[in-house]
Design a protein around this ligand. Structure first.
Ligand code: SF4
Ligand code: SF4
Ligand code: SF4
Length: 312
């Protein structure tokens, strides 16, 4: 089982003191949830897990070690590895202190959908094997269980890794009628009504921002009091302002991992904002974040002699 391979590699890395810390996932305390796990001792590696509920994007934890001299190994699904690549390009972590253990990934399952479809299921009952989802060893229909962001994922293999654990996976061919496609079929009035309705439910807890591997500003604009960009009270208008501004800050950076919406306590499909923006970036600039170490992100580059025709 792949989980055993991961544990054994992690144990060895710590035993041989090739790294000081390993960031992975362990069983959570809540059913069908996993939790981030920081391993510092070889025996900690025995608690690592790898299953279709390892939903936290672990690249999110690297910001805490930006100035640390420690060498860190991190388990990385394809979208975690993409986020690491963006962080490297933005000089938020140095490559020589990182060991990236890449994990080809066929997708995450939505815990609520699993609980409904498979009562009594635990995360350890579910695994991907040879391109199929197995539940207690038996093939299982994925179509209704997948997270929306994974239904539309086009990059299942880590674009950057020191070692890949497991075989590369091919295009799984999911039913691609995901929420972005449904949103794109709405007319402008329906889109406005959809987001307005969702923003009435937002309690502005900032869990979405905090779960995002690429939101790392020391002071977020929403917490600034001079100037006061948004009121602290979660009014629908200010909630919308927060999400629109956050999406603008993600242009050409969002890796479409969905970690933000999985963190939302009121289940707003909030990744749809930055994902819609990324769709525009792909069309306009033929660019996707976190796929190449070389290509420059739109809006993060400029030319001094840019004619800026669009301003006229
Ligand atoms: S977005 Fe892609 S790489 Fe990320 S968890 Fe989903 S399927 Fe895996
Ligand atoms: S996690 Fe959900 S409720 Fe909290 S600020 Fe984000 S969208 Fe609003
Ligand atoms: S905005 Fe959401 S989907 Fe995009 S990188 Fe951040 S957590 Fe992932």
């Amino acid at each position: 089982m792949l989980e055993e391979v991961i544990r054994s590699k992690a144990r060895k890395l710590l035993e041989e003191k090739r790294v000081d810390l390993i960031i992975g996932w362990s069983e959570g305390t809540v059913s069908l949830k996993t939790a981030p796990k920081l391993c510092r001792k070889p025996e900690d590696a025995d608690q690592l897990v790898w299953n279709p509920l390892c939903s936290v994007n672990l690249a999110r934890y690297l910001k805490y070690y930006k100035k640390s001299p420690e060498k860190i190994a991190v388990l990385a699904k394809a979208c975690d590895a993409r986020a690491i690549l963006v962080l490297l390009k933005e000089e938020q972590i140095s490559r020589d202190r990182l060991v990236i253990l890449g994990l080809p990934c066929l997708g995450l399952l939505n815990p609520d959908r699993v609980a409904e479809a498979l009562p009594g299921a635990r995360s350890r009952d579910l695994e991907w094997k040879v391109g199929k989802l197995l539940y207690r060893g038996q093939p299982c229909d994925t179509s209704l269980l997948m997270e929306e962001t994974c239904r539309r994922c086009r990059h299942h293999n880590p674009p950057l890794a020191d070692e890949v654990i497991g075989e590369p996976v091919g295009e799984p061919g999911y039913l691609h009628d995901d929420y972005l496609e449904r949103y794109n079929r709405m007319d402008p009035g329906e889109r406005e009504a959809f987001f307005n309705e969702e923003m009435t439910r937002c309690i502005r807890c900032y869990a979405c921002r905090n779960a995002c591997p690429l939101c790392y500003c020391q002071e977020c604009f929403v917490e600034s009091t001079r100037p006061l960009w948004v009121t602290p009270a979660p009014t629908p208008f200010d909630n919308l302002l927060f999400q629109v501004a956050r999406s603008m800050h993600m242009v050409g950076r969002c890796v479409e991992c969905g970690a933000c919406e999985r963190a939302c306590p009121v289940k707003i499909p909030i990744a749809l904002f930055p994902i819609k923006v990324e769709e525009i970036v792909q069309v306009e600039y033929s660019f996707e974040a976190g796929l190449s170490e070389e290509s420059a992100a739109p809006l993060l580059t400029y030319r001094e002699n840019d004619p800026e025709d669009f301003i006229k």
